[in-house]
Design a protein around this ligand. Structure first.
Ligand SMILES: Nc1ncnc2c1ncn2[C@@H]1O[C@H](COP(=O)(O)OP(=O)(O)OP(=O)(O)O)[C@@H](O)[C@H]1O
Length: 609
């Protein structure tokens, strides 16, 4: 079936990877995106710093409260001071703690709120950029990419970028400042202990990362070997007879045994990781905390550190170690978003369609003469398929294009409509090179009636006036009458106001075709493109379609991708195509006399269906 323009999807787009191909470039794009909202980002960073300061202040105030109570105990001895005295010494630290907690909450609330807006805005901004771009991209772009791929970039990837902005970026900022400020306070409390603790945290985080990678591999191996084992067993069961016929029982059993042994080893490794290594990793992660607790206790006994400070220190150890241990998770999701941003910008940064020339020529009233002058074209620069095609279609002539599949019929139409730019030569309409016209004006001169009809969800009236928005109801009805549709439209529940869609059963396939003919008639284009590929429509409707098309073609230049003998015989000019080029042209009698490819095609099954 004739499917204009999009004949071959090369699907050369890359598979979705979770890592950016060029991390530096992706990072630049990410920063560029953030810099769109400089003020917000600056506020967010300030909030993150202030939030971390407040967060760090909380254990500090708690420490002061503990130390104040401890001092009461040391000064007066247990039970020798009043409740009021306790309240007196803890009131200020507790107020400080309360204020720090509230401020910490407020700062992170503002931070998250602003980032939520930035994230939404960035999503909308990227979506807008993508949509605008889709409009400006050459149609060739759509040959090379799957529709699903475009949709996924427009939704999943942008969603992921928005998510990392609202969740990941906040988490990242808070983690960085919590670590820095936490470390500063820890160093202030005890530089030596902090050095030991920091090294321990780094070692345990690195080990965790290393082991997670190994364990992921072990689990993957486990699944793989299990899959292999299952398919071997399945093969043995289903092919049991064959195995016996060829006397391969021993070898089969040996293969299963071997696979079973591999599966056993892989499973054991995976389970070992799960039950032995992970608890060890968890313990490792606690080591920094344990060392700090032990050393802190010793310092407290030696009175080098107060109990309150030891308690604050321990909280700082968690404050610093937790984000470091989670770093791999944050890095992974950040990497995934960088990959997303890279994919989105791959489209945004693509080269636009060659823009129309300034001051394009406008043909006021098209006569409908079409000329191809030595046209050369290839979908790819290095692979020409059309090598110097020339012909003239005079106004109101009917041109039949024939040729075997892949001959270049669609390509010829694609070029006519300027869906692709030709490499050499000229395509002229009424003597004007289409390159010197606006694309929109060129396409407006053509009306197309294709096999794959396209109706949108809306009233019959709206569908018919799609090509001429200001068409009056009278015009629409006249066109519908010409296209043998008026009668069945009137029979519909609401006549011309009936809502239809392409998949609605309210209009049959044949009626859909008639409606598309009516739609073209409303638009009243000077040149027509018709696809005559046979479709499974009943003979009566088929006849109606024929009559409607004949009516439509009256007084217009028409290009027909022809399959019907009658059409071809009536054509003023037949273009016989093969391997991208016109190999013969003329009318039926001339071509038959020539006894070339046309005669061959004519006598074969090809045109006689
Ligand atoms: N978008 C495209 N990108 C690259 N090559 C293409 C593209 N569309 C078509 N071709 C190639 O161009 C040649 C001509 O194809 P075209 O679709 O024009 O033939 P056709 O005569 O319309 O075939 P059919 O009768 O099957 O519809 C073929 O070799 C085809 O593989």
């Amino acid at each position: 079936m004739f499917n204009l323009r999009r004949k071959r999807n090369k699907l050369k787009n890359q598979t979705v990877t979770e890592k950016p191909q060029n991390i530096k470039h992706a990072l630049k794009l990410f920063i560029k995106l953030l810099m769109q909202r400089k003020k917000s980002i600056f506020t967010v960073i300030t909030m993150a710093i202030l939030g971390s300061v407040m967060y760090t202040a909380i254990p500090w105030f708690m420490g002061i409260a503990i130390d104040n109570v401890a001092k009461l105990i040391t000064d007066f001895g247990i039970g020798n001071f009043s409740f009021e005295q306790v309240i007196h010494v803890i009131t200020w630290p507790l107020i400080g703690l309360l204020i720090a907690s509230i401020l910490s909450f407020i700062f992170s609330f503002i931070q998250e709120r602003i980032m939520a807006v930035v994230s939404e805005d960035s999503g909308t901004y990227l979506r807008q950029l993508m949509t605008d771009k889709m409009d400006r991209l050459p149609l060739k772009f759509y040959d090379d990419i799957k529709v699903g791929e475009i949709l996924s970039r427009n939704s999943v990837d942008i969603e992921r970028i928005a998510e990392i902005l609202v969740v990941g970026f906040n988490q990242f900022l808070s983690s960085v400042f919590n670590i820095i400020i936490g470390l500063v306070v820890m160093i202030y409390i005890s530089p030596i202990l902090t050095l030991i603790v920091f090294v321990l945290i780094l070692i345990s985080s690195y080990t965790t990362m290393f082991i997670s990678k190994k364990s992921q591999k072990a689990f993957a191996e486990n699944f793989e070997t299990l899959g292999e084992f299952n398919s071997l067993v399945e093969e043995m069961v289903t092919g049991n007879t064959l195995v016996k016929v060829f006397n391969q029982q021993d070898e089969s059993i040996e293969r299963v045994k071997e696979s079973n042994r591999k599966q056993h080893d892989a499973h054991l490794k995976a389970m070992f990781m799960n039950y032995a290594i992970y608890p060890a990793v968890r313990f490792l992660n606690q080591i920094a905390f344990i060392v700090s607790a032990v050393v802190g206790a010793v310092f407290a006994i030696q009175r080098k550190m107060s109990v309150g400070v030891v308690q604050a220190y321990l909280q700082y150890v968690s404050q610093v170690s937790e984000p470091i241990t989670e770093a791999s998770f944050i890095i992974n999701s950040f990497q995934a978003s960088l990959a997303s941003i890279e994919r989105v910008y791959q489209i945004i940064d693509m080269k636009d369609e060659v823009s129309d020339i300034e001051n394009p020529i406008v043909i006021k009233k098209t006569k409908g003469q079409v000329e191809f002058k030595n046209v050369k074209f290839g979908y790819n620069q290095d692979e020409m398929i059309m090598n110097g095609v020339s012909f003239i279609a005079k106004p109101k002539q009917m041109i039949a294009i024939v040729g075997p599949t892949g001959a270049g019929k669609t390509t010829l139409i694609n070029l006519l409509m300027r869906f692709y730019e030709i490499n050499e030569g000229q395509i002229l309409i009424d003597g004007v090179d289409t390159k010197n016209m606006a694309r929109r004006d060129v396409r407006q001169m053509f009306g197309m009636v294709l096999q794959d009809t396209w109706l949108f969800e809306g009233s019959v009236k709206d569908n018919l006036s799609y090509g001429k928005k200001d068409a009056t109801l009278e015009e629409i009805k006249t066109a519908a009458t010409l296209a043998q549709s008026h009668h069945f439209i009137e029979m519909m529940p609401y006549g011309y106001d009936t809502i239809i869609s392409s998949d609605a059963s309210i209009v049959s396939q044949g009626q859909q075709q008639l409606l598309t003919i009516a739609r073209t008639a409303v638009a009243n284009p000077p040149i027509l493109i018709l696809d005559e590929a046979t479709s499974n429509i009943d003979t009566i409707t088929e006849k109606k379609i024929q009559e409607a098309l004949a009516e439509l073609m009256k007084d217009r230049t028409s290009f027909v991708i022809a399959h019907r003998l009658s059409t071809i015989r009536n054509a003023d000019l037949i273009l016989v195509m093969n391997k991208g080029n016109i190999v013969e042209s003329g009318n039926h009698d001339e071509l038959i006399t020539k006894n070339g490819m046309y005669a061959e095609l004519y006598n074969s099954q090809f045109m006689n269906n």
